[in-house]
Write a protein that binds this ligand. Structure first.
Ligand SMILES: Cc1cc2nc3c(=O)[nH]c(=O)nc-3n(C[C@H](O)[C@H](O)[C@H](O)COP(=O)(O)OP(=O)(O)OC[C@H]3O[C@@H](n4cnc5c(N)ncnc54)[C@H](O)[C@@H]3O)c2cc1C
Length: 454
């Protein structure tokens, strides 16, 4: 298939970008691995579930309706169930390589003059004793079950970790009938207050969540952490403890709370694999972009959480600006994004930076990780094995990986990379994965044969 612009990711950023570019005359193909458009924020229940009122699980439903209806009325060609594993630079532009459907064995290609990466982010979860027990899920995973499958993960839940995502998860589960026994947030109110000016614009949203927590009688344990999950063959409860100002567990404050579900998350990390494969520069752990959302590789734009974690509204603004810019460059005109989008991006980036500074995992979390705690779930590498590697002289993630296999499994370190870095006492480094997801050798072999024949 051929297009002028291929947009990868149909979340808020990719949808806004596709609509903006198509409205300015670009022939756009929008590709996503999911079966429906919407991304994480507007995740939709499968049609077969016959959800009567999906809007009850969502915020800003009107915006979604505008995006959904706009897409249906536009010239954008939507390809769902396309899992992109690589974007290749070619003489005429780019080739997007994808695997089709849930099996991910059949290849598909899209050729385009320009690429816009809107691949979002993924959850950051740090290990603690018992975190691999059935019943422990990620906060976003619990939310995805609710929005996408209309199921709740259990009857009595604790939502824990740090970050703004815990708020919609706790209130969403409570509204769906789950008894939320506690929202355990490691950040204290003082840290949020320190960023009060930058966060002023988010106050109404925060107040809304506070009212819902109150209405559902969800106790909030601020500056607390989960130190252990208990259970033999599945979760039966957790031990929580208070933290001191340095982020250490305060001795004597531990107490057990029974639950059958622990929804835990420590923030989000940007998806950068496809951008890195193309050679795009990074800014910290996110894809670096200029004022038009262009990466430093000509013909490649990026928007939304792949360029930094900031929420759905920021993703929408960035997507619009990126789509306008890409269309203008394809048409040889000057980009003219809506001034409201430019203003929103400035304000929302400021508050996202403040949220990022306020919400951070407890500084001394590795002290709670016992030697028998599994850190790399794919390769079943324990914290003890990582510490042994450090004793042998390993001083960075890569050497720990070579000595222990941590990060060499199916997820290629997405889950364990920052945990290994934390245990090793070094900052997490960009991951540099040549392929964004596992690819059957047969697909690679077939492609090679085709290239030889052509
Ligand atoms: C699990 C989860 C649940 C969340 N729930 C909430 C919530 O309830 N409330 C809230 O305020 N925020 C939530 N967030 C954060 C919120 O989703 C984001 O702020 C917002 O959706 C970012 O928009 P985006 O367009 O940048 O990315 P996303 O919405 O994440 O969209 C990215 C899209 O790219 C697609 N994609 C990624 N890689 C590939 C690939 N290689 N090939 C093909 N497609 C690809 C994904 O399938 C996805 O549809 C959640 C985040 C996660 C990870």
């Amino acid at each position: 298939m051929r297009a002028e612009l291929v947009v990868i990711g149909a979340g808020p950023a990719g949808l806004a970008a596709s609509l903006a570019a198509a409205a300015r005359g670009a022939r756009v193909v929008l590709v996503d691995a999911a079966t429906e458009t919407g991304g994480q924020f507007y995740r939709q229940p499968a049609a077969a579930l016959g959800a009567g009122r999906p809007e009850t699980l969502h915020h800003r439903w009107r915006t979604w309706e505008r995006l959904r209806d706009g897409l249906a009325a536009s010239s954008v060609r939507v390809l769902t169930d396309h899992h992109v594993w690589c974007v290749e630079r070619t003489s005429g532009g780019f080739t997007v390589h994808a695997l089709l459907g849930p099996e991910q064995e059949e290849p598909a290609e899209v050729h385009a003059r320009a690429v816009l990466l809107a691949t979002g982010g993924y959850e950051h979860v740090l290990p603690f004793p018992g975190w691999t027990l059935p019943g422990v899920v990620t906060a976003g995973g619990a939310q995805a079950m609710l929005k996408g499958s209309l199921v709740v993960p259990g009857r009595r839940a604790i939502v824990a970790g740090t970050g703004p995502l815990l708020l919609p998860v706790a209130t969403g589960l409570a509204a769906a009938g789950v008894e939320v026994a506690a929202l355990v947030e490691s950040t204290g109110p003082g840290r949020l207050a320190r960023h009060g000016r930058a966060l002023a614009g988010r106050l109404p949203e925060g107040a809304g969540y506070a009212a819902r927590l109150l209405r559902h009688r969800v106790p909030v344990l601020a500056r607390h952490t989960v130190v252990r999950a208990h259970g033999d063959d599945r979760l039966t409860g957790v031990t929580v403890a208070a933290l001191d100002t340095a982020g250490r567990v305060r001795p004597g404050t531990e107490r057990q709370l029974p639950c059958d579900t622990l929804a835990v998350g420590h923030g989000m990390l940007p998806h950068t694999d496809l951008a890195e494969g193309l050679g795009c520069g990074l800014d910290g752990l996110a894809v670096a972009v200029d004022a038009e959302q262009r990466t430093d590789v000509p013909g490649v734009w990026a928007a939304g959480e792949s360029t930094g974690i900031g929420g759905a509204a920021l993703a929408l603004a960035e997507g619009h600006i990126a789509g306008c810019s890409a269309a203008a460059h394809l048409r040889g005109t000057t980009p003219a994004p809506a001034p409201t989008a430019l203003k929103a991006r400035t304000n929302l980036r400021r508050s996202a930076a403040a949220l990022d500074a306020a919400y951070a995992p407890p500084a001394h979390w590795p002290e709670q990780v016992t030697d028998d705690t599994v850190v790399c779930r794919c390769e079943e590498v324990t914290a003890g094995a990582v510490r042994d590697a450090l004793d042998l002289g390993a001083g960075d993630e890569r050497t720990v990986k070579l000595l222990t296999r941590a990060g060499m499994g199916w997820c290629q370190g997405r889950m364990c990379q920052s945990a290994v870095a934390g245990l090793a006492g070094c900052p997490p480094a960009p991951s540099r994965r040549p392929l964004a997801r596992p690819v059957p050798l047969g697909v690679l072999a077939r492609q090679h044969t085709q290239e030889e024949l052509s």
